[in-house]
Design a protein around this ligand. Structure first.
Ligand code: ADP
Ligand code: ADP
Ligand code: ZN
Ligand code: ZN
Length: 785
């Protein structure tokens, strides 16, 4: 008992007075159907309390009289949460290299062992700061370390040849003196600033206006002048920069001075092993490790330490990344493993780690490596608690806690706690029967036939690590895209196929993300489909107050129902009163319901708003009720509860709720705030929204990314049924997937590989699951069921 973390009567969210004791220095997995209360136990109870004690311990007096959400927790030590949705919000400028602190070591390596090219060797010794973009000594003077600079499209500025010289000049400087000077200069070059149009001028005259007369007069030309203004050299410049940006004349481009490295001259001309620091930062980590291993010697402790760090990155399955990669472009699973690596590197002990599905995005082979690393953490004295659904991961756990029996109000109970072998015999769990093969995940054997005349053909795909890939993607079936992480699945689908579809289908391609870039690749066969839905894991809505109800359109109808009540009509209230973003929002907290307080060291604590008591609404809005429920109470309902409530009241709402339930979202609250909704949940809510729009749609293509993320076996199976139904209706589906069960249920698999980064980027096998199983070139084939 002394070596346990003992929680008594946990009751946050749906938890029903849960008691557990989690062994220390062991690996514990918390499992259960989605919405059963796993995260509430692991993150909202255990981790939050660990954080609170740390804050109290660090002298922060911040006692809040919130209702306690448990009776006691004993045995806590410092707790670290590695939760995907929180760490995603990291600093946009942090990179893989800065996050794990290898970048600083590389700077030291170059400062001490760099070889300088002779012409730049000015005799001043090199120092670390010269290799750091964020240091004034190291940054490129033009782009200030950003690697990109504002560039003016010079041709566009002069493209409209009907404009007078004064039209351009007036934007630049209206003050009398400058204008007089310009007027005189123009006269000297036989031009009239007020009367001449650009089309009246000779090439020499245009050149003079653009770039000056090589120092004969004091005029350097409009272009250098504009640069000086937009770089802040000449007083207020906002208006001009704004004007040019709006006219698309000012664009962020790779900095011409440093070529995008963000570094100054010294760093650009110093090499180690023949490479500059920027070149090393752009190499894939496994190539970089090989580079250093070749040069390692016992006398250089710095090199040894860099090698240790890089090996650790390889061990956690991040060999396919480059140090320069911005952290916000990583997937949730990759970020989680990056954190994992940084803790292993720091060699900590006695820490409690709480993970959120660490196996997301990992291939079966990589999962085995991850499990080894987690055991390493445990062996060095740490405690690991993971919310997980993965079979392999559970089998390797020392201790299992199963939550259930169902989601939301029908969950929140501890079904089982103990070892894995005993868990298999547990009669009441919804998870164990799948593990013991008592139920067994349905595996299909009758694959839908492939129609060779109805295929999308994507060719010449070269982005990131793709090696001029050509793929045939059959339509009218369910296609899985598999491969180890970093093999190029997202590069092929999200970064090539999707932009291409957007370009060719335009408004018939529905996506939450408005940005559309053009890619070099060729796509044919779109005449075989009518429209396309890109259903990704990005958050639903941008504001803090967006939630499943607002995103799916339920909320608009609910507000209309409220405005139509007798009570509201009497008071003259309209639908706007029932929105926190409109008239109904509490003035103090702006509808958030909470006020944030900074409690030091970058930590914030949310406290319920005093004015509205946490509801986010003004009292007038809270007084109106629909069948006894006020607007806040409706938002607090789970989809399941709301379904019962609205069945008789509104057909459209009920339809959307039914579909939400079918995609495994019965437990989610209508008003649950976007930041607390995971990527997998967001994706399923988006899917539900599209499906609720028209069930008779045919000929559509749905593109999803690991749709079963965060789902238990039980829920995954239900989601697969729904996807299969869509295909039966005559639609097509492409999913990027790792789960062998889900892949086994596809009609066709495209496997990328063989490795990650430079070792990947090719299609290594394709065909139905049975064909892959029999194909010796396929890696995933060995794991298919
Ligand atoms: P799991 O991790 O097992 O999927 P959760 O612990 O996230 O389940 O959720 C359990 C229940 O608590 C669900 O009904 C969910 O809607 C609710 N819940 C989760 N987070 C919050 C929150 N921040 N506020 C209110 N309810 C929540
Ligand atoms: P997968 O989806 O199979 O995990 P990706 O397509 O994400 O693989 O990655 C393939 C390779 O391309 C990896 O080496 C990855 O580091 C690189 N890559 C992916 N996205 C970017 C990006 N935005 N910038 C630079 N490199 C990238
Ligand atoms: Zn630069
Ligand atoms: Zn308030």
């Amino acid at each position: 008992m002394k070596n346990d973390i003992v929680i008594k009567n946990a009751r946050i969210h749906n938890l029903k007075n849960v008691d557990v004791s989690i062994p220390k220095h062991k690996l514990t997995v918390i499992t259960g159907v989605s919405g059963s209360g796993k995260s509430s136990l692991a993150f909202d109870t255990l981790y939050e309390e660990g954080k609170r004690r740390y804050l109290m311990f660090s002298g922060t007096q911040f006692m809040i009289d919130n209702i306690p959400t448990f009776d006691s927790i004993n045995g806590l030590s410092p707790t670290v949460a590695v939760e995907q949705r929180i760490i995603r919000q990291s600093n946009p400028r942090s990179t893989v290299g800065t996050k794990i602190k290898i970048s600083a070591m590389l700077s030291a390596l170059y400062a001490n062992f760099g070889e300088r090219s002779l012409e730049y060797d000015n005799g001043v010794p090199l120092d670390i700061a010269m290799f750091q973009r964020n240091s004034p000594r190291g940054m490129c003077v033009k782009c200030l370390g950003k690697g990109v600079a504002k560039c003016l499209d010079e041709d566009a500025l002069f493209a409209d040849t009907t404009q007078h010289i004064c039209d351009i000049a007036c934007e630049l400087g209206r003050r009398g003196q400058t204008r007089n000077m310009l007027e005189e200069l123009c006269r000297n070059h036989n031009m009239n600033m007020w009367e001449d149009r650009l089309c009246d001028l000779s090439d020499e005259q245009i050149d003079f206006l653009k770039y000056g007369d090589n120092g004969i007069s004091r005029f350097d030309g409009f272009i250098p002048w504009i640069y000086m203004i937009i770089n802040g050299g000449l007083g207020s410049s906002g208006r001009l920069a704004h004007l040019l940006t709006n006219a698309d004349m000012l664009q962020q481009k790779v900095c011409p001075k440093c070529g995008g490295t963000g570094l100054g001259e010294q760093a650009t001309h110093t090499t180690f092993g023949g490479k500059t620091i920027t070149e090393l930062e752009h190499m894939y980590i496994h190539d970089l490790l090989a580079f250093f291993e070749k040069r390692s010697d016992d006398k250089n402790p710095l090199l040894k330490e860099i090698i240790t760090k890089l090996s650790c990155m390889v061990d956690v399955g991040l060999y396919h990344l480059a140090l320069s990669r911005p952290v916000p472009t990583l997937s949730g699973g990759e970020i989680q493993r990056l954190f994992l690596a940084s803790y292993i590197i720091a060699e900590m002990d006695s820490i409690i780690f709480v993970f959120d599905e660490p196996t997301i995005g990992l291939h079966e082979v990589e999962k085995e490596n991850l499990i080894k690393i987690v055991h390493k953490l445990v062996d060095s004295g740490n405690t690991v608690i993971a919310v997980e659904h993965d079979e392999n991961f559970m089998r390797h756990a020392d201790y299992i806690i199963d939550m259930g029996p169902e989601a939301g109000v029908r969950g929140g109970v501890k079904i089982y706690e103990g070892g894995y072998d005993e868990f298999l015999k547990c009669q009441t769990s919804k998870t164990s029967p799948y593990l013991s093969n008592e139920i067994g995940f349905k595996i299909k054997s009758d694959y839908r036939p492939i129609n060779k005349d109805k295929m999308l053909v994507l060719s010449n795909a070269n982005i990131h690590n793709l090696k001029n890939v050509t793929v045939h993607i059959p339509l009218g079936v369910m296609v899985g895209v598999a491969g180890v992480s970093g093999s190029g699945k997202s590069s092929l689908i999200s970064d090539t196929l999707v932009p291409k579809l957007k370009e060719l289908l335009r408004t018939k391609c529905v996506s939450d993300d408005e940005i559309s870039e053009t890619v070099d690749a060729c796509l044919t066969g779109i005449e075989n489909m009518k429209r396309c839905y890109i259903i990704d894991q990005r958050p639903i809505g941008r504001s803090r107050t967006s939630c499943p109800a607002t995103y799916t359109g339920i909320f608009d109808r609910v507000r209309t129902l409220f405005a139509a009540t007798e009570q509201a009509k009497e008071c003259g209230y309209t639908a706007g009163l029932f929105s926190v973003n409109s008239e109904g929002g509490c003035r103090k907290c702006k509808g958030d319901g909470v006020v944030h307080y900074h409690v030091g060291f970058g930590n914030f604590i949310d406290v319920d708003c005093e004015d509205c008591g946490g509801s986010g609404y003004i009292p007038e809005a809270m007084e109106i009720t629909l069948d006894g429920k006020n607007i806040r109470e409706i938002l607090e309902m789970s989809v399941d509860e709301a379904k019962d409530f609205f069945t008789e009241k509104d057909k459209v709402i009920t339809n959307i709720l039914n579909i939400l339930k079918r995609v495994g979202m019965g437990y989610i609250k209508l008003g649950q705030a976007t930041p607390t909704i995971s990527g997998g949940e967001s994706q399923r809510i988006k899917l539900a929204k599209e499906l609720s729009k028209g069930k008779n749609a045919k000929g559509a293509l749905y593109i999803l990314d690991e749709p079963t993320t965060g789902l238990s076996f039980y829920d995954s199976e239900k989601l697969l049924d729904l996807l299969n139904e869509l295909v039966e209706y005559g639609n097509s589906i492409i999913i990027t997937e790792h789960d062998p069960y889900v892949l086994s249920n596809c009609d066709y698999i495209i496997e990328m590989g063989e490795g990650g980064g430079s070792d990947g980027g090719e299609v290594i096998s394709h065909g139905n699951p049975m064909e892959l199983k029999n194909n010796p070139k396929s890696i995933i084939g060995r794991y298919l069921k």
